[in-house]
Design a protein around this ligand. Structure first.
Ligand code: ADP
Ligand code: ASP
Ligand code: MG
Length: 413
């Protein structure tokens, strides 16, 4: 008998019919003798609807109150699923994050889990009940409701699996595993049987929203066996694994990630003196804006152009900061660009192969796509390009690195 934590995402619980289907599925596992803890997201679209409501009151809602509201989405689904299980003769009980005491810090809208009190859940499991827990939410020391950031139910699932020492954490979603790239963008994307935690971490942090990055971090840290599966189709899914197999067939690149969440800022013609980077990025950081990629070029006239990217939500804020320091730094101008996208190739195979980056640049050059910025690490190469070329770039790279499936098509809904 195994203890399994099963997490079902928004589309998998998007209608009452689907919730009934999920209940059937959970019942099947339980009838097979497993103990089950279920984590659910809000019904698809619900979290967005709630955020929109808040924005009708205030463009920047007070984070504490926003959390009180957006956490209600998951509370609806836990109750519906528990009802659907009980209707089928399966003893079940639903709990909010507060009730099972998923203790977090107080960083509203992006809280981190600090501790989970597993005792209550263990008592219910012993009593033969399926425990249904609300994803995405927790509570801070003072009793305030917190949420874990978009996609945070994945993290609830993995954290619960770690706290309960579950045999596996299964993330059920609307695709049948982790693909070489988003199968909704590239029809020839292929499902991966396995991917390493390290690669999945890069993929998630570079834009692949199939798993929330913190969920992958958690699973790696606590060695939680983690699998991504389709909610309503049978199949092996994708196992996120620790071992890096040295096989001949191991591709150099495991996947391609992309995002449209960033914006680019450039401050031009700044006198090139020691401390320039700090003078620019100090105030940016003081404004609580995180910087991702950075490029600095020095011109013949001893001035420098300094370019960096930030999250698009922080763009206006960062632009204002730059404009306010441009004068005192004697800069020529400040330029901003929100029409950019970041495309990244990821793979542990890069460690043992040279020339991967140039192969990437060649593929983009063939499509006449201009690279604006580059950054590399041991297992990834990222480029910033004009947003309108994003899909073309991803497809071209998918082909260039021989990731295309032999026949087009996949099982994404
Ligand atoms: P859920 O609501 O179940 O949490 P998400 O929408 O958060 O589902 O995540 C699943 C989606 O992630 C898929 O529908 C797919 O479009 C997207 N996705 C992005 N990159 C990948 C990838 N490499 N492999 C699989 N799915 C991906
Ligand atoms: N409902 C939350 C969201 O839409 C959490 C999740 O689905 O994982 O982001
Ligand atoms: Mg998700």
């Amino acid at each position: 008998m195994a203890l399994i934590v099963q997490k079902f995402g928004g589309t998998s619980v998007g209608t009452v019919e689907r919730i009934e289907q999920v209940a059937e599925k959970v019942k099947k596992f339980r009838d097979g003798g497993d103990d089950i803890v279920v984590v659910v997201s809000a019904m698809s679209g619900e979290t967005n609807r709630l955020i929109d409501l808040a924005k009708q009151i205030s463009e920047q809602p007070v984070p504490r109150e926003l959390d009180v509201m957006v956490s209600t989405g998951e509370q609806v689904t836990i109750a519906l699923l528990a009802m659907a299980l009980i209707k089928r003769g399966v003893p079940a009980v639903s709990y909010t994050g507060n009730q099972v005491r998923i203790l977090t810090d107080s960083a509203h809208t992006k809280a981190r889990i600090l501790q989970i009190d597993a005792q209550r859940i263990q008592r219910d499991i012993k009593a033969g009940r399926v425990v249904v827990v609300a994803g995405f939410q927790g509570v801070d020391e003072k009793g305030n409701i917190t949420t874990l950031g978009r996609g945070g139910s994945d993290t609830t699932g993995v954290a619960l699996a770690a706290a309960l020492k579950a045999d596996e954490c299964q993330i059920y979603t609307d695709v049948d595993g982790v693909y070489t790239t988003d199968p909704r963008v590239v029809a020839k994307a292929q499902r991966l049987d396995k991917i390493t935690f390290e690669e999945m971490l890069e993929m998630a942090s570079l834009g692949s929203k199939v798993l929330q990055i913190r969920a992958v971090e958690f699973a790696g840290k606590y060695s939680v066996p983690l699998r991504v599966l389709h909610s309503f189709q049978e199949g092996p899914g994708t196992l996120i694994t620790l071992d890096e197999e040295e096989s001949m067939e191991q591709p150099i690149i495991s996947g391609i990630a992309f995002n449209r969440d960033e914006a680019k800022l450039t401050i031009r013609g700044v006198p090139d003196t020691p401390g320039v980077a700090f003078k620019i990025l100090g105030p940016i950081s003081a404004a609580n804006v995180e910087v991702d990629m950075i490029v600095q070029n020095v011109a013949h006239d001893n001035t420098t152009d300094f370019t960096f990217t930030v999250h698009r939500n922080d763009y206006n804020n960062a632009l204002q900061v730059l404009q306010s320091i441009a004068n005192e730094m004697g800069a020529r101008e400040v330029i901003g660009d929100t029409d950019i996208a970041k495309v990244s190739i990821v793979g542990v195979g890069m460690r043992s192969h040279a020339g991967v980056a140039s192969r990437m640049f060649e593929a983009l050059a063939k499509e006449n796509i201009n690279i604006q910025m580059i950054s590399t690490s041991e297992i990834k190469v990222s480029v910033v390009i004009e947003e309108k070329y994003l899909e073309l770039a991803v497809r071209a790279l998918h082909t260039a690195f021989e990731l295309d499936a032999p026949t087009a098509g996949n099982t994404a809904e």
